[in-house]
Design a protein around this ligand. Structure first.
Ligand code: NAP
Ligand code: MG
Length: 525
């Protein structure tokens, strides 16, 4: 077997640098990109099925949550039959794609990373309009996309090398990682480029073919990224891009007998449904479907009475309200020691009142809109629940403007068992919970069905150690906020109802898309 390193030389992985928007030239480039992307609003995007463009009579649109009357892109509305055919097509091409050497597949990812880098401002602008991310949040999404391509490309080169086994006398033995088959990729809208791209490129670089169904709220950035993959040399037949309601075509894709695995990120409800449907073998199915399911969170920041209170206030405000609280890692519970509770709460409210809310393309706004009308309603309903369960300290209603703007909202004195302390709201709503002491705070922190991210602020090393041992989350952060995981540095994924703990951006991730074949031949010696 040729080793990958002989043919592809790569530098060590490093994270993509974020854009410094304090520089006037960078601000100008972003403003120009926003104008350019706006001039392309309303463009129609085809599906890509079996290597061909496909359109339907019926269309769907993607709109701008900052100004809902603006149509960003027009999309096709696939039928259930098209979804079935997409899996068949992907399955047909699997035999070809799986034979392409790992180095060639990795090179496609490196080329895609380069194209994304070259178009960074434009892609940032599109994310900013399509899902209401501010410049900085959109830039982080696109930078993470580059990181996933660079990181998984390198990981595949590593996994394609000869793997170390215990030598057996009288045998030639080796182990290779081979792909699984057709992957159905179902991403969410909240990291509309990074999560979608991560699932797709992890699938492709390992030699699988995919059917990707972007989230209804973010198909445009997905369509643009798929085009980049084609430009980077990925054959069109390897990626089937299908648009339509998840509730209709999702089940069909998951249940198809030729579907080998499902890579999903989204809500607990949909994740559990996929797990259940995938677990039931259908006629013609000859494998156990694998599922990679990353789901919701009810992430907490614990503030100990020995904490740097100002740092904790800043970290909590950012983790609770950046991207309007719509990150799976967002802080939705601040659990605070009673000794410092009043001081912390007062400072946090002061800090939160400084947050500006409005259209996300205007860099003066720290918070943009929530994703859509129905999310806005759900969040406002939760705020009403919260007002009964605790004390509203700031926010609590829609903010001015046509978009889906909600004020950053803090509800204090919430009981640890209250709905606001247990259910994922997925919006700019923070529950503050009082704890008797540090141990009590950790107990409250662990007391939900989720286990995604968590943070602790304390200057006491013993307490920090205790959190390391007993705070049961997939991503624990100490004396820093609980959002902002970086590829390679913070492999990401949660425990319990937060998912299957796939650890995206980590060294174990690609194995989820592969199976190992062990070969041993008797030789004379
Ligand atoms: P969602 O409503 O569960 O949707 C996720 C995806 O599933 C969308 O593409 C959706 O399509 C699709 N879908 C809906 N019904 C389906 C079905 N029956 N079968 C197959 N697919 C179906 O979640 P979301 O609102 O997009 O995202 C927010 C959620 O994602 C939050 O709970 C958040 O915590 C979680 N999240 C978790 C992570 C993590 O790493 N753990 C990261 C990001 C987000 P449509 O859009 O067409 O309905
Ligand atoms: Mg939209």
């Amino acid at each position: 077997m040729a080793t990958a390193e002989k043919t592809v030389h790569v530098s060590e992985f490093t994270n993509e640098t974020f854009i410094d928007f304090s520089k006037p030239e960078n601000r100008k480039r972003m403003e120009d990109a926003l104008k350019k992307v706006k001039s392309e609003f309303g463009h129609e995007y085809p599906m890509w099925l079996g290597g061909k463009k496909v359109t339907t009579q019926e269309k769907r649109t993607s709109t701008n949550p900052s100004r809902p009357s603006e149509v960003i892109g027009e999309f096709q509305n696939a039928t259930a039959e098209m979804a079935r055919q997409a899996v068949e097509d992907a399955n047909k091409y699997f035999d070809t794609w799986k034979k392409v050497p790992a180095e060639e597949r990795a090179k496609c990812l490196f080329r895609a990373a380069q194209i994304v880098r070259e178009r960074k401002y434009e892609l940032n602008a599109l994310v900013c309009y399509e899902v209401g991310k501010t410049w900085i949040e959109a830039d982080a999404d696109i930078a993470e996309t580059v990181d996933f391509c660079e990181f998984y490309g390198r990981e595949m080169l590593r996994l394609a090398e000869p793997q170390k086994l215990t030598p057996m006398r009288g045998e030639r033995n080796y182990l290779v990682y081979i792909p699984l088959g057709v992957g159905v990729v179902v991403p969410p809208w909240n990291f509309p480029c990074a999560i979608m791209a991560g699932l797709v490129v992890a699938s492709l670089v390992t030699g699988n073919t995919v059917v990707v169904k972007p989230a209804a709220d973010s198909p445009t950035i997905a369509a643009r990224f798929i085009d980049i993959l084609f430009e980077a040399g990925v054959p069109k037949e390897a990626v089937n891009f299908i648009t339509g309601p998840g509730s209709v075509i999702g089940d069909v894709l998951v249940q198809h007998p030729k579907t080998r695995y499902i890579g999903f990120t989204g809500s607990k409800e949909v994740g559990l449904r996929i797990s259940e449907l995938a677990g039931k073998a259908v006629p013609g199915q000859i494998w156990i479907k694998r599922t990679v399911l990353e789901m919701g969170g009810k992430d907490a920041i614990v503030v100990d009475d020995e904490a740097d209170i100002d740092a904790a206030v800043e970290g909590t405000a950012q983790a609770a309200f950046s991207y309007q609280g719509q990150k799976c890692s967002a802080c939705s519970r601040a659990i605070v020691s009673e000794k410092i509770y009043d001081t912390f709460v007062q400072k946090l409210v002061e800090r939160t009142k400084k947050i500006t809310v409005g259209p996300s393309d205007d860099p003066n706004n720290y918070m943009g809109p929530v994703i859509n009308q129905s999310a806005m309603k759900t969040i406002l309903d939760y705020i009403e629940v919260g007002k009964k369960e605790g004390k509203l300290l700031t926010g609590g209603k829609r903010a001015a403007g046509d978009g889906f703007f909600i004020e950053p909202t803090i509800i204090a004195d919430v009981d640890p068992k209250a709905r606001l302390a247990q259910e994922e709201v997925f919006g700019p709503v923070l529950a503050v919970i009082k704890a008797k002491n540090y141990d009590h705070a950790l107990e409250i922190a662990n007391n939900t069905e989720f286990g995604l991210t968590g943070a602790v602020y304390s200057r006491n090393p013993e307490k920090i150690k205790k959190a390391e041992d007993s705070f049961h989350v997939g991503n624990l952060y100490l004396n820093r906020k609980c959002t902002g995981a970086m590829v390679g540095a913070h492999p990401f994924g949660g425990f319990n109802m937060s998912g299957t703990d796939s650890k995206t951006g980590g060294k174990d991730y690609l194995l989820l898309f592969l199976q190992a074949k062990s070969v041993a031949e008797k030789v004379s010696n």
